[in-house]
Design a protein around this ligand. Structure first.
Ligand code: ADP
Length: 187
């Protein structure tokens, strides 16, 4: 399943799949503050990238919630991994929403600093960290779309959804946004 939209010179893509198998220049990891690996996306990325990744993340000294760090991709097809730490969800917590938006913003800033033109994101914070998919989709898509629309540095922003339900929620959110934003067009 694939859904595409464009805004200025950037393509926004939704796909159902595995983040470790993406051919974008960078993929994003849903890391924890230690950056030393964990379950879910983090475990899958460390497994696929190999032990060189852990050796590199050990040198970084962790990462605060809402922030991001860049490493090499090691055994992955992607050249870089951007490790971002999302917040743990609590209902009606505006701080969690701010930190989730901040994690997306920091990833894009790091990508632009390193000249990265294509990037793939998993649905950060929607697994063990408990963020409801519809709220997370809104924050992820709003933050990324508004930033890429301003900067024009990123050619492709791909959201990789692990299952059909997540794909469905993201695609409905993207369609609703395209109805409201004149410069966002479904392809
Ligand atoms: P967090 O701790 O930030 O909540 P998780 O890794 O627990 O992160 O889950 C984040 C989301 O990623 C979940 O929606 C989960 O279904 C999804 N996911 C798990 N494994 C993969 C994978 N290999 N590729 C893409 N998405 C994945």
């Amino acid at each position: 399943m694939v859904m595409r939209a464009s805004i200025n010179s950037t393509t926004i893509e939704l796909v159902q799949g595995d983040i470790t198998r993406q051919d974008t220049e960078a993929i994003v990891n849903a890391a924890n503050t230690s950056l030393l690996g964990g379950g879910g996306v983090d475990g899958a990325i460390h497994h696929a990238a190999g032990p060189g990744l852990l050796a590199e993340t050990r040198t970084l000294g962790g990462c605060n919630t809402g922030d991001a760090r860049l490493t090499g991709g090691h055994n992955l097809q992607a050249r870089y991994i951007i490790h971002a730490v999302g917040p743990v969800y609590r209902p009606d917590d505006v701080e969690a929403a701010r930190l989730l938006a901040s994690a997306y913003r920091r990833r894009l800033e790091l990508a632009v600093e390193h000249g990265i033109k294509s990037i793939a994101f998993p649905a950060i914070s929607t697994g063990v960290y408990g963020y409801p998919l519809d709220e997370a989709a809104e924050i992820a898509l709003e933050t990324v779309i508004s930033l890429v629309a301003q900067s024009r540095d990123i050619g492709l922003a791909r959201f990789v959804l692990f299952d059909a339900r997540a794909f469905d929620v993201y695609s409905r959110t993207l369609s609703a946004m395209a109805d409201k934003k004149e410069d966002l067009r479904l392809l």
